[in-house]
Structures are given as structure tokens and as C-alpha cells.
Design a protein around this ligand. Sequence first.
Ligand code: TA6
Length: 283
Amino acid sequence: MTSPPTVEPVLHRGIACFKLRAGGASAVVARLGAQVLSWVPADGRERLFVSERARFDGSVAIRGGIPVCFPQFSGLGALPKHGLVRTRVWNVLPQEPSGATARVGLEIRDDADSRGHWPHSFVARIDVGLREDGLEVALTVRNTGAAPFAFTGALHTYFAVEDIAAASVRGLAGCEYRDAAGGNAICTESAPAVRFDGEVDRVYHDTPRRLALQDGPHALEIGAQGFPDTVVWNPGAILCAGLPDMEPRGYRRLICVEAAAARRQIGVAAGECWRGSQSLAVA
Ligand code: TA6
């Protein structure tokens, strides 16, 4: 008989985190940024990339895991890049144990600092659920103000791969994308699998709900709900060399496949709520 799922507070890389265990799988979720930092399915293989030079002091976002971008994706607006919540410490929500899933919930609300950038009242919540066979991360955004607001955002997942040369992302053929590394040209994906040879930074529009990441002989299924778009990013050697929190060859060991709302803003009426999620499973 498998033991019941557990959640325990731990220090990981010197910061307050939760360690989730379910069956033979585990995950680590930091209060800083509500960021998942590790996901090890029952086969024992770490599936998330975290840079050896990542910083954990909140001065910059942690380079790796699953950063939460809200209420702005990338530079699509006047806010700091990728929004306001990556370097904040989120509050922990009480959780009810449920079946075979280990769960942790974290939330953050607007404050004087966020309102200085973005004049809206909100609660953003991250729910992480770990099962023996997969991980789900959900972002819920509630508008707690009296007027509607609109946002862009993403779960900016950094997958670990053995070697970028043998890795690819499938399921995007036929999708339109904005090539952010190619002058923002609007293109259509013609390849059955996206491969990496130099910087790739693409916002795919209205993508299928199921994609696959191939990493040599290992494969993952990547699902998304609520988020209409998918961003695929790898910095390549040149951009990577200029990122102070990346080891120079680190780009060879990561692919970001991000559940995103980037092309169009998501509108949330006063008192209403929006939810989007990404789910990961070993294929
Ligand atoms: O999601 C892709 C992207 O917007 C890229 O343009 C790249 O800059 C990346 O995010 C990482 O951004 P960061 O602010 O974390 O360095």
C-alpha cells in the first residue's frame, strides 16, 4: 500500500518552501514567488531546471522552476518585466488533504507597492497539486475592486532537458506565432516539432491544450487550461552568456514551455475570478 501524500515546511536553498510527496513523486514550492522549484516524478528524474547561479534573495526572480508572471507577461506594457509577483513572498493558505494528491496553496494581494505600479485590487492564488503521476499548477485571479481590470500573464515553466540538441516540443504545427527573437514577425509553425539551434522566443497563439516535450528518450505531456497561448523560450548561447544568473552553458539544459495569456489581455469584472492551469505528466 502506498503511503498517503504529505506536505511539510522545509528550507530549500536557504528559503522557506514546502516539500510535497505523493507516491514516489515529490515537488518543492517556495513562498518566494509561489514558485515551484522542483518536480521529481516517481522515476526519480528532476524535470524542472533551476540555474546553478539563481538568486534566492528576492532581488531578482529565481531563474528556473515555474515563475508566476502576473499581471503582465514579459514587456507587454509599462509594468516591470513579467509583472509584480515573482519577487514577493506569498501567504500560505490552509489546505484540506484530498485523496492521493499533496496540495499547497499560496496567495498574494495588492498592496501599496503593487498599486503604485498597477492601480487595481486583486487576490492572486497559486494551487499546486502533486500526484504520483503528475503535477498541476493553477493560477486564480480575483478582482476584489469595484472596476474591471485586464492582465496578461504566464506560468513560465523551465523544463530540464539532458541536452537541447536532442530536445523538441511537439503539438504546435499549424499554429500562428509572434517571433519575439525575430523582430516580432507573425509566422506559422510549419515544423512537426520545434527544435533549438540558437535563441528561440515565440508566443504561439491559441494553441492546442496538449503538447509534448521530448528530451532524448524521455517525454512529458504538457496540458493547459484557461491560458490561450503557449510561449516557447530558450535563450541560446549568446543571450545566455549575458544573463548574470545563468551558467554559460545552462541554456543547453532548459526549455521553457509556458502556459500564457499574452496575445490578448484577460478581462476580469469586479468581484469576478479567472483561473488558468498547467498540468505536467510523464508520458
Ligand atoms: O517568456 C519568454 C521571455 O519573455 C523571454 O523574452 C525572456 O526574456 C524570458 O522571458 C525570461 O525573462 P526574465 O525576465 O526572467 O529574464
